[in-house]
Design a protein around this ligand. Sequence first.
Ligand code: SF4
Ligand code: SF4
Length: 700
Amino acid sequence: MRLFSNRARPVHLGPHPVERLPRSPIPSAPPEAWHGRAFASSGGLERPEALPGLRSSVERYAALFSALRNGETADAQAAIPSDVQERSNNLKAQCSFVDADLAGIASIPDSAWAEGRRIHGHNLVLVVAIQWPRLPRAGDPGETWLHDARGAVAEMRAAEVAAVMAHYIRQLGFGAVGHAAGETDLDIPLLAILSGLAEVDAHGALSHPYLGSAYSCAAVSTEMELAPDQPLAPIGGGDRWRVRGLSWFFGWGGTRPGWSRLNGEHRPLHWGPYPMERIKRTESPTTLLTDKIPRVPKRAAFFARALAGDLGPKAQKERARFATKTPNVLAMVPLIRAMVPHQHGPVASDPTPDTDDPDWNADCVKAAAYFLGADMVGISKAPDFAWYSHDDDGSEITPNHRFAITMLIDQGHETMEGASGDDWISGAQSMRAYMRGSEIAGILAEHLRGLGHDARSQTNADSQVLQIPLILLAGLGEMSRIGELVLNPFVGPRFKSVVVTTNLPLTPDKPIDFGLQDFCEKCLKCARECPCHAIPFGPKVMFNGYETWKPDAEKCARYRVTNPKGSACGRCMKTCPYNLEGLLSERLVLWAAINLPFTRKWLAILDDKLGRGLRNKIKRWWWDLEIVDGRAVPPRLGTNERDLNFANILKPEDEKIAHYPADMNPSPDQQDPLPPDRKEGLRRAKEAETPEAALHRLRT
Ligand code: SF4
Ligand code: SF4
């Protein structure tokens, strides 16, 4: 939670107020004292023998990312600005987008190259820093799993960012190579000093005024011309408080506060950063689930249908590239693909002793997920209806795990503020969350298997489960008007989910009720702002056993896949009043929305009056580029430039929403294209059962 908004802070400056730190000019040759330094090592406690830790799984993922540090460079340079400062700002903003805590740029002196490893033409380096995650308090759940993995997690994340950034720069047509601990040609600590990401203290240790000494760095060497930063001016330890000041402590200007309480560090780690414990819990979800929810094959999902040609040749062609048609997205794809084979694997033969207490296990799992970077975690049973019936290849899926650990990854408020929701950054927002989710779930699942309990990560790239019912059952949100989206009180619809299914004994959480059904009744904003009128203005209906505002999934998928002036779409997410920045003032409004039902209609109106949902130009950090024939070029058909469209309201009787319930699905192994029967879909929507009728039917 922050006290001050960051709406006037450009994204390339990052979360810490680095621009306020004094710098010294770059010396012609680095001082001798700067050589031979190293970042602090993991710093864990002595490892108790009782349980294995998470560290080996983290290190395996770090090795996966480090192996992706180099690759092909696009054969033509993208049409990007020639101004080196603009280029540097773009790279730093992309670092911030993928959650680097700091980013700096330096020229590479000869002495920074390992002997014989100099890469011809690579004269500049982008250095990134990742802060070590917080450990559970002594004796708290998860301590024995995590205590020695702090440095390893930060090193893995730094390797991830370096691989992504190197791939991004290569997509722009410039040579670039990532360098991370264990797989580097460069003296990374020296370059961290030169780029202003570290200083040498009186004891010869490396540290930073905002991060202390608990952080890890990685680097990307490149031939792209950039504007180097200056090293930090020497600051005596006693002067740190003076240099950082009260503005840093309270987060003036929207920077990350130095006051640890505002960052939630007073809370037990397994509670997570958001006060979900204050949200009312219920025995069942706030929307009806009948006992007749059919299982569906993966072939029935509209993205799969587009790929199979059900939506026509144009959608089929675009489906193959829709999520990867910008360099920002493409930068993350190799990492996502590399993680897929590790989603499942061998299970240790005997369950580790002391892993039979479901309450304790649940808290340990949550602590581990937060430690790895999840924004929200909930646990539920994994009922049969949450499993797909058949896989992509038509083979049957047998539900084989009893529990689901569901995690939400925030797609990021800052970039969302700059975007229309359906311009050229939308796909990258999704992909970043998918990448991070795959990493967290993959490591967690591998760790649980190491404890002797079968577990599989269920990611966007390969999932055997439907995530919506699991988010709902895990108490992470309520069904919203957006329809195929469960909305969370603190991050709204602005997240992607990832799941670990497992047989580790766990205590499930309960569903939540924060008044969203009433709020969405009174607020039509997502329906009004959807570019293709896929979200209904009318009431909820029953669909495949769920009470829901049923969107037109065909229209939504077709728009996202074929969007000619952007990459994918998340405009409903952008414009929803629950798309919050995370400020104290917003918490007060949220409290009113939850506890004072009469305010809901007025809050929805106020949201519009305040212009929330408009684009904030200061946050627009990315370049509009489209990948065409392997090259990043200016978008051929331009860019969606949308703000709010107050007049775009339809009467429910005038809208054309089609429903395709389970009995209209293609068969699991349908090979040939099978166009959806839209006429029948429209008829089914008109005749959909109301929740009241379903309830009456179930009671009689
Ligand atoms: Fe509409 Fe875009 Fe949301 Fe789909 S993702 S419902 S097209 S706003
Ligand atoms: Fe509900 Fe309004 Fe958000 Fe749509 S925009 S999901 S109606 S709160």
